[in-house]
Every structure is written in C-alpha cells, then in structure tokens.
Write a protein that binds this ligand. Structure first.
Ligand code: GLY
Length: 572
C-alpha cells in the first residue's frame, strides 16, 4: 500500500499548496540589513534577535547559532526543534579551520529495510504515509546533542546563557507568524490529535506560549542534552513514540552520537566553496554542479538564459548519483571521489554546455524512475541560519524536523521529527521530495538517512566571503547555489540575491521548476523553453538565509533572510 499512500499524500500536497501560498517577493522590505560588527540571519525575526542577544552578551558565533536554533524550535515548531536534527558548518577565525558537525537523526536500532511496507488504512490528511506521520516516522533526534556540541566545542558561554532567550519566548509567548499560521491551517486536523499541539492557537498574530517546551528548555539548561538522551524527558519521549506505534527505545537515545566530519569542498569560479559532506547529498550536488558549470560556461559567466540552462543541466547528474549511490557514510561504501572524477565531470559538462535540454535518460536515470509521478511539496519544514560574529567566526546551520511539524506528535513536550521519510523504499518509490533513493539508503539500525541540507561557507583569498543555506527539501541545494552565485559571480547584494527568482531541476520529474512567487522575466522563460525545457511552476524554490562578508577596513555584513518565509536578520 505504500505507493498508494504516497500518491494520496502527493495529491493532498498539490491541493494544500493553494493554502500554503506565502509572501509575495518584495512585500517584506525588512528582509535584509547591513551590519558592522556581527549578524544573524534566520527565517524568523525572534530567532535572529535571540542570536543577536547572545552575541551582544559576549557569546560568539557558536553560542549565537545555538541560541538561534533553540529559539527557532520555539517560534516555528513546523520547521525545526529539539525533536529534529541537522548539520552545522563552523569557521573558526583563530585558526581558519572549518568543522562540520553532523547531528542528523538516526534510525532506531529496531529499524529494518522493510519497516515501511505496512498494510492498513491510511490516516486522513497530508503527508500521512507511515514514514511521515506517527511513531515509526521519528528518527532518534540529534538536535539536543548538536546544540550542546556546538556550544561546548566552540562557544564561550554556558549552555544556560544560550538557552535563555528561547526559554523566555516559550514562557512569555510570541506572536504566531504568517508562515506558522499557514502550516497550522494545512496540518490543523492532525495537530488536534496531539495532547500538546491541540492546545495551540495558530491564528496569525495570536500569542502562543509553550509551557511544555519551557519545562524541557529549563531541564536542558540545567542538565544538558543528557536529560533527553536517557533522562526524564527522554523517557517521556520514548513512551510517546511507542504509544504512536514507533520502535524507539531509551537505549537508542542513550546511544546517539554527534559525528564530526570533514566538509566537502571545491575551488570554482575563483572561490573556495565549503559545504556539507554525506550523509548530505546537497553539498555533493553543489560541488559537482559547480565543477560541471565552470567547464560548461567558463570562469566568468553572466546571468542569463545560457547560464540558467547549463545550471539546470548541471544538477541532473548529481541528483542521479545521489539517488543511486548515496547512504549513511558510516554504514555504506560511498565512492564520492570517484563520482567527482574529472572524466565524469567533463562528460557531464559536455551535456550541460549543449544548446538543448537533455532527457533524464542522457544522465542514466532509470526509465522506471520517470514513472513515479512524484511531485514535491510546495513548502516543507527545515530552517537555515547564518551567524557571523565580531571575531570573524562563521556558523552556517541547517536544522529540521523534516515535513512541517515532523511526525505531528509530541514526546515529552517536544515535536518529533519524521526524518525516516528521507530513507528510500528500494522499490523505485519516491519520498516527499520526489527523490527515489537506492539500496544504500534503505532504513537500518542506527542509520542516518540521506539529506539535502547544505550549510555552506564560501571563501575568497582565504577569508570567508559568504555564509548561505536553505530550507526546502530537495530544492535546498539548488537555491543555496543560486543565491551564492548571485552574490559572488553576479555582484548582487545579499538582499537582491536572496529575493531574485530561482529555478530548480532534479532530473526527475523531467520539469524545470520556476517560481510563482518570484517569476522569471518572460524573455528568460521563453529562452529556456526554446532550449527544450518543460517549465512547471512551483510556489517557491526553497527559503535561503545568507550573510555576505565584505572584508577590509570597512568590514560590512550584508545579512538577508528570505522574504519567502518572512524572516528578518538582526545584529549590530
Ligand atoms: N529532511 C530534509 C533533508 O534533510 O533534506
């Protein structure tokens, strides 16, 4: 029944997209600011302010990133929180090191390849496959451990100082944003089934207090992540997961570990691009695409139809690699270096440099994958934030509960993720983002599912020039790359770069997605059609946060939060 459940879910997504329409581009004049000392760009102003408050109190980028993550989990539980996981890329100004922390959720020990081949009635509502809704959908959260690791390894403040702004928001309340209200509308019927979320008033502008989460945050501030990984909150979490049909145990929580990994990087277009390694496939997609593009269009491409065409082509190959080969690097052999071999890149650059759009079969996509009919949701969970502090440290962090409100139940007052949907099925079925996935990404004990999250820092002449990243499922990487190219290659300000129209292609479906919220100029659109692209509008291509760092005596930080999600940066 899995396939049928997914089809119904996809249909619901398409219908609900009408409800999930967001801000028109340009309607938020405050989506960008220029700062002199430090800056935080998050997709919610309260979260940016939480980070800025911690910076002003003497914290550094790691402390501020942790505070921003915690605040995001309070003010936008549809996107991220302590029940989820993510990735952090950290640039340390003192020694120029770049460290990648992987606090992705991982599968409970009792997980197995066939765990989502479940017969039975589909619960009503959107995203209601067993990997998307309920106890089995929830991976072991990594966010509490990730926050603690970020602060303990790189921060200057105590955990309790970093938790303080989020705790205040949870206790005193905050105004429900348009973005949260829209999600609440789409998922309202499911949220009403949960003892905690059923009490929420998610009308725009309503003041929401979260006493259940405040209790967790107080315990986290006092006792650290251990209170979740085996402590009292963890016990409540596991009881709830099991009551919702899941297999997570206290031992799974206790066994959770953050992984430190070497980021992926490439020299391209005169910059050093540093981004996420596996289990993200996003960073890989970006660096392969950049390598292909540089060969296909030369080192100084101007913005226009030839570049957009080549860019769309450049993503098809890496999206094929991702779906065919990627899995948890701790559990499967992942020949990333072979996949990036110059001869392979050269072959794909020849395709991308051609005049015409190529069918997915030219990039070796299996024919049966083209029949999935998969579409991608018009909006998704996940949140990206960038922080630059006065010492020059940079934090680029993407955090998620996967689909909005994760698995749509709480455990110990925490919204649980549905990251298990990022595993593959093995039978050619697509996940919520239209991604198929191969046998390496089948669920298994303690495995981390493949992600698209792509926290990125780009350096020029050894100094950070840009922090960027996005939320938005499979579109995270294509959006992040476009915004970075807009700033670094096309001379746009971060503000204009983030607001500019974006495109997306992932090989299958065989359609070039263009934004409704930021339409391409008609002449560009026509030129892409003339090159053979099948254009299919989508509400938006992800939500990007970026900080451009103008080095020099007049150091300036151009911070931009995506107007598509209503964010706003803060800083000094
Ligand atoms: N859950 C979305 C991602 O990790 O890509």
């Amino acid at each position: 029944m899995g396939a049928m459940v997914r089809k119904v879910s996809m249909l619901f997504w398409a219908v609900s997209a009408l409800l999930v329409t967001g801000l028109a581009i340009g309607s938020s004049p405050e989506h960008a600011s220029v700062f002199a000392i430090d800056a935080v760009a998050a997709d919610h102003f309260e979260a940016s302010k939480a980070g800025a408050e911690v910076l002003a109190a003497g914290g550094n980028a790691a402390d501020a990133a942790a505070a921003t993550m915690l605040a995001l989990g309070v003010v936008n539980p549809a996107s991220s929180g302590l029940g989820g996981g993510g990735f952090a890329l950290y640039y340390c100004a003192k020694d120029g090191s770049l460290t990648f922390l992987d606090f992705r959720e991982r599968a409970p020990r009792a997980s197995h390849q066939a765990m989502f081949d479940i017969e039975g009635e589909q619960p009503p509502g959107p995203a209601s496959a067993p990997s998307q809704l309920g106890g089995l959908a929830a991976g072991v959260p990594g966010e509490p451990a990730g926050i603690e690791a970020l602060v303990r390894r790189f921060g200057k403040l105590a955990l309790s100082d970093v938790v303080a702004p989020a705790l205040r928001l949870a206790e005193e309340g905050f105004q429900v944003s348009e973005a949260l209200a829209r999600m609440g509308q789409v998922f309202g019927a499911q949220l009403r089934q949960d003892t905690v979320m059923s009490k929420w008033d998610l009308r725009p502008g309503a003041v929401l207090r979260r006493p259940d989460l405040a209790r967790v945050l107080r315990a986290f501030a006092d006792e650290g992540a251990a209170v979740i990984y085996g402590g009292v909150i963890g016990k409540e979490m596991v009881t709830s997961v099991q009551a919702h049909g899941g297999v997570m145990t206290l031992a799974d929580l206790y066994a959770y570990r953050v992984r430190t990994r070497a980021p992926l990087e490439v020299e391209a277009f005169g910059h050093r691009w540093v981004t996420a390694p596996p289990p993200s496939a996003g960073g890989f997609t970006m660096i392969q695409s950049l390598s292909i593009l540089e060969r296909a269009v030369g080192p100084n491409p101007s913005y226009g139809a030839p570049l957009l065409h080549a860019m769309a082509e450049s993503w098809k190959g890496p999206f094929l690699d991702r779906q065919r080969y990627f899995g948890d690097p701790d559990q499967v052999i992942l020949p990333v270096a072979s996949m990036l071999e110059p001869s392979r890149v050269e072959k794909r650059a020849k395709l991308a440099g051609g005049e015409r759009a190529r069918p997915s079969s030219d990039y070796d996509f299996p024919v049966e994958w083209t029949k999935t009919n998969a579409t991608t949701p018009d909006n998704a969970g996940t949140s990206h934030l960038c922080v630059v502090d006065g010492e020059g440290n940079v934090a680029s962090v993407t955090t998620t509960v996967n689909l909005p409100f994760g698995a749509r139940f709480t455990g110990g007052g925490i919204v649980m993720n549905d990251e298990m949907d990022d595993f593959s099925r093995g039978g050619g079925e697509a996940n919520a983002f239209g991604l198929v996935g191969g046998h390496r990404n089948l669920p298994g004990p303690f495995k981390r599912p493949v992600s698209t999250m792509s926290p990125t820092i780009v350096l020029r002449d050894g100094e950070p020039a840009l922090c960027a990243g996005a939320s938005g499922g499979s579109r995270i990487v294509t959006a992040t790359q476009q915004v970075a190219m807009n700033v670094l290659l096309h001379g746009m300000t971060a503000s204009d770069a983030v607001a500019a129209p974006r495109i997306h292609h992932q090989g299958i479906p065989e359609a070039l997605r263009v934004e409704e919220v930021a339409p391409l100029p008609p002449e560009l659109r026509d030129a892409l059609v003339a090159r053979g692209h099948t254009i299919k509008p989508i509400h938006n291509v992800a939500n990007v946060q970026a900080i451009q760092i103008e080095q020099g005596p007049e150091r300036r930080l151009h911070a931009a939060s995506d107007p598509r999600k209503g964010g706003r940066p803060a800083g000094r």
